[in-house]
Design a protein. Structure first.
Length: 297
């Protein structure tokens, strides 16, 4: 049974659905209220390659190891502010700095976002930082994969690891879990996700590999750890991504958290399921970033 604390995630998505139906405005920053402040983390706003960004720096962390963080929001919402605390929890657990950035939202369309993410990664490499893990949720989780494809196209090295959770990768919106989990997921109905895909893609083919990595050659991509909620309609996005990556020879792990919803990790610092997910992700990625033990207090 889900914890009482994790029910806040369900209430968030129920309220988001109600706002969508009624057309009532909803404060995007309320999404970030799901997450508790991690403590022991400093924040510094900056600009990187012309994009608004924020460093989350845990005390006594490894300065030369970085999580490049790509927030979710269906390419229509989300920001460095909604997601700063969640990514800070992960950075603190890993013992590395996190760089969170704001890519262009709608009306900007594909391939703007993947090009911006690759540009940020190129900038990090140019700063002499070559131990980088990509992480992100939902639309950002998809960018975790497609940014690697764009980086490969640009001749850049692959990151040390990839950490997508609740990744949105299927722009055709064909997963069976849209049907099997429809009565469990209060927000991500098939028709809603199709609408978001249309806003993101415009006239672009939904099978275009830099938008939909299920149609890409994933050979040579970084070791990947995927997390997903067992009750979310995007469950099959994660399952199919795991299978596609494994078939391409990528080292990949998939953890399905029973009865959890989309991006339940946003309840970090409050819900035990979110804390467990962050802990697992940190333990998995630390050795891949060359961090043998937790550096931060």
């Amino acid at each position: 049974m889900p914890s009482k604390e994790s029910e806040a995630v369900r209430r968030h998505w129920e309220a988001s659905r109600q706002a969508m139906v009624t057309g009532e405005p909803r404060d995007d920053e309320e999404w970030g209220d799901l997450t508790a402040e991690p403590g022991g983390v400093d924040y510094q706003e900056t600009t990187v390659t012309g994009l608004r960004a924020m460093w989350a720096v845990p005390h006594q962390c490894a300065d030369d190891r970085v999580l490049l963080c790509m927030h979710g929001g269906g390419f229509v919402s989300g920001s460095i502010y909604t997601h700063r605390k969640m990514f800070a929890h992960l950075a603190k657990a890993v013992g590395a700095r996190a760089l969170i950035f704001d890519y262009s939202l709608a009306p900007a369309q594909h391939p703007t976002q993947v090009a911006e993410a690759a540009r940020i990664y190129w900038w990090l490499l140019d700063q002499g930082i070559n131990q980088v893990a990509f992480t992100g949720d939902s639309a950002g989780g998809g960018l975790v994969i497609t940014t690697q494809l764009k980086a490969r196209e640009m001749g850049l090295p692959m990151p040390a690891a990839a950490l997508p959770f609740s990744p949105w990768v299927d722009m055709e919106v064909t997963g069976e879990s849209y049907k099997t989990n429809r009565d469990k997921d209060p927000f991500f109905y098939e028709e809603s996700v199709r609408e978001l895909a249309g806003i993101f893609l415009g006239d672009v083919d939904p099978r275009e590999p830099l938008a939909n990595p299920l149609h890409a050659d994933l050979t040579g991509l970084a070791p990947t750890y995927i997390q997903v909620g067992g009750d979310e309609t995007l469950l099959d996005d994660a399952r199919r991504l795991e299978a596609h990556a494994r078939a391409a020879g990528v080292e990949v792990r998939l953890d399905v958290f029973p009865e959890m919803l989309h991006t339940f990790q946003m309840a970090a610092g409050r819900a035990p399921e979110a804390n467990e997910a962050i802990s697992r992700m940190a333990a998995w990625v630390r050795p891949r970033l060359g961090i043998s033990e937790l550096v931060s207090a």
